[in-house]
Design a binder for this molecule. Structure first.
Ligand code: GUN
Ligand code: FE
Length: 424
């Protein structure tokens, strides 16, 4: 049996809007599974070696439930264009480069390491349409200690002719080849990924829906992100009253479905998500960068929808989920200032819950450092900062969210294994 004991100020989000702090506490895991958080070390562990991080905060690590791996090289580029123009001018040509497997290896290795160094240990990620590069991405994530789901992107129409495109037949065949080839991964699993409705023919959507049902595969895509996109979907599917119905029609709408953005989802579309158990992935950086809007997150939460956070790089410009959490809070304040209903903004504890516990819930975990969860954690030392007064753990977390503390992450654990250490 392998035993992990981490000592520090243990701070977790056991419920929306709630933070639980145990200063000088112990986080204990056996064989990678959390046994508990203790103020004093239980007798049975007496004498066992503990990793002492002093006064550092021991936090849940992040779940980033929507990001595009092949857009990593273009981080922070093309941000003066709206979504559909940005896709054609930047995203598609950048993704096209991943036909080159050497390039894919180099970029994905770097991305995987950067995710872990920033405390992200769970992801749901879009690859490109390339099967081989997708397998390389999965290998590099698994090697670095990032867990979760990756999707080979399906896009058999409205792509970039001669640059980035696949026929319907190719898309189906390559999806099956990819699923065949990724059976041996342990920590990173496949997820079906129709890019979004404008990118997929009805035939391909129907094929993916059948595959999801036959093999019990989860699904991720984009929904109601941008006004021009929504109008386009209306023209493509005149039989569907709302965007979500174009996924539901083909069996791509279930409790294992993730839908990124949902900026313009009205009460009816939200009710459809609630009823099916679809998880909304809120991507606040991206929504502002490509001028999509600010999502009605408070309404979603009050209506009982499942909501998690995504960096959506490279529509988003940061992969650090500290940044994304701060952006989600700011976006909710903009929403309060501009929405006639004046919805309450997200508090720091609520934002933190979305970035950690709510994302982990997609992987079947209980909120916070609950006993039985896999050990996913990070140690953050903030003792370099000037302090206005002796700070509570909650105040320290608030600063961690808002300040970019370069080098503050001292260690990261994923699936019980230490996958990053600032000592190298
Ligand atoms: N919709 C379809 N593809 C994309 C993408 O790559 N990024 C974003 N933000 N939205 C999309
Ligand atoms: Fe996206």
């Amino acid at each position: 049996m392998s035993l992990t004991i981490i000592k520090g100020t243990i701070l977790s989000a056991p419920a929306p809007g709630q933070l639980e702090a145990v200063p000088g506490g112990y986080l204990v895991a056996e064989d990678g599974v959390i046994r508990g958080v203790y103020g004093t070390l239980p007798e049975q562990y007496a004498g066992a070696p503990a990793e002492d991080f002093g006064d550092a905060l021991i936090l849940q690590s992040f779940a980033d439930l929507h990001l595009h791996a092949p857009q990593y090289p273009m981080l922070g580029m093309g941000m003066d264009l709206p979504l559909l123009d940005w896709l054609n001018a930047y995203a598609f040509p950048t993704e096209a480069r991943f036909a080159d497997t050497d390039y894919a290896r180099e970029i994905y290795r770097r991305l995987a390491r950067e995710l872990v160094a920033n405390g992200t240990t769970r992801v749901c990620m879009f690859s490109s349409l390339h099967t081989d590069a997708t397998l390389i991405l999965m290998e590099e994530l698994e090697k670095a200690g990032v867990t979760g789901y990756v999707g080979k992107v399906n896009m058999d129409r409205n792509a970039a002719p001669g640059v980035l495109e696949e026929t319907t037949e190719e898309s189906k065949r390559e999806t099956l080849r990819w699923l065949e080839a990724c059976q041996d991964f342990r920590l990173v699993k496949p997820m079906l990924t129709p890019r979004f409705t404008p990118s997929c023919t009805d035939e391909l959507m129907a094929f993916l829906g059948r595959l999801a049902a036959e093999r019990g595969l989860p699904v991720q895509s984009h929904l109601s992100e941008n006004d021009r996109e929504i109008e386009w979907v209306r023209q493509l599917h005149p039989d569907c009253k709302q965007y979500w119905e174009t996924y539901d029609k083909y069996g791509l709408w279930s409790g294992r479905t993730l839908m990124a953005h949902c900026v313009w989802s009205d009460i009816r579309e939200r009710a459809a998500m609630k009823e099916a158990g679809v998880t909304v992935v809120h991507c606040p950086d991206s929504n502002v960068n490509v001028c999509s809007g600010t999502a009605p997150v408070r309404a979603m939460l009050e209506e009982g929808l499942k909501v998690a956070l995504g960096s959506d790089i490279a529509g988003g410009d940061h992969l650090s989920m500290f940044d994304v959490t701060a952006s989600a809070i700011r976006a909710s304040k903009v929403r309060q200032m501009t929405d006639p209903a004046r919805p309450a903004f997200l508090t720091v504890p609520e934002g933190w819950y979305l970035a950690t516990s709510a994302g982990a819930a997609y992987f079947g975990e209980q909120p916070g450092f609950a006993a039985g969860n896999r050990l996913h954690a990070l140690a953050l030392a903030d003792d370099d900062l000037p302090q206005p007064h002796p700070m509570t753990p909650q105040e320290r977390l608030e600063r961690a969210v808002y300040l970019r503390q370069r080098g503050a992450i001292r260690a990261v654990w994923s699936e019980g294994r230490k996958v990053f250490s600032a000592e190298g």
